[in-house]
Design a binder for this molecule. Structure first.
Ligand code: ADP
Ligand code: MG
Length: 232
């Protein structure tokens, strides 16, 4: 609806500005981090404070990195890629974390899926964000199912990520897409916002169905054909 459109436009302008600024913040941060470590080793009696400073710098870095995903020049990076290998490489990255949480990653892909015209790195970022959220939603373990299917009638690839985690309460669901919306102690609240922007750039959609206490389904739909990609 209209209000949503206005909001997403505002977010995209803010995102572009912030991404530019983010780039400039990274270098001084690296220097700060280095000298904090140096001081920590010199003044060991104050290591407690220097550790806090170091952790806070890491946190700024995390937030800045999420914005950097938006800043990277991605216009030329669209190519035909195999969606299965993109998802598989993400699964191998998240494998260790899943094991740590006692989470099983279950991957199913249809045979002979058509190639997708897409930005590989940006899509990897989306799947990392979404699957990481699924893992983090299951503190007591469980299963995340990742399924890829091609829908010939709509010429759409569907990537569905289903978890059995805590789910989202309605007030969180209503605010999804807002920057800095997080229910996690160490969250940035930027993962979903960044992801939905990337999917938008692929002319796709990201549908979220969630029930508190039962789990969450993220359905990412990506159109196959270039004509969807023009006028964008
Ligand atoms: P972060 O993970 O840093 O908190 P995100 O943008 O990735 O930021 O997610 C925003 C919020 O949405 C999370 O803090 C969490 O409350 C909720 N959320 C996202 N994915 C899930 C999920 N699979 N299950 C339950 N809650 C989720
Ligand atoms: Mg996240």
């Amino acid at each position: 609806d209209e209000e949503r459109l206005v909001r997403s436009e505002k977010l995209s302008v803010i995102g572009q500005l912030a991404a530019g600024v983010a780039h400039e913040i990274r270098n001084p941060l690296t220097a700060l981090k280095g000298f904090t470590q140096l001081l920590r080793n010199k003044y060991t009696e104050h290591s407690y404070y220097f550790d806090i400073m170091g952790n806070e710098i890491d946190r700024i870095n995390l937030i800045v990195n999420e914005f950097m995903t938006l800043a990277k020049p991605h216009y030329n990076a669209f190519q035909f890629n195999n969606i299965v290998s993109i998802v598989q490489s993400v699964l191998s990255i998240l494998d260790t974390q899943a094991t740590l949480y006692g989470v099983e990653l279950d991957f199913q892909a249809q045979q002979n899926l058509p190639n997708l015209y897409c930005n590989e790195n940006q899509l990897k970022q989306v799947f990392i964000n979404v699957i990481k959220n699924a893992i983090e939603a299951m503190q007591d373990g469980g299963r995340v199912t990742i399924a890829i299917r091609f829908e010939p009638a709509e010429q759409m690839l569907h990537v569905k990520i289903q978890d059995q985690g805590v789910g989202m309460p309605e007030d969180v669901q209503r605010r999804i897409g807002e920057p800095f919306l997080t229910t996690k102690e160490k969250g940035t609240g930027l993962g979903l916002m960044v992801s939905s922007r990337i999917i938008e750039e692929h002319k796709g959609t990201m549908l979220i169905t969630s029930k508190a206490g039962e789990g969450t389904l993220i359905d990412i739909q990506l159109p196959l054909h270039m004509e969807y990609m023009s006028n964008g």
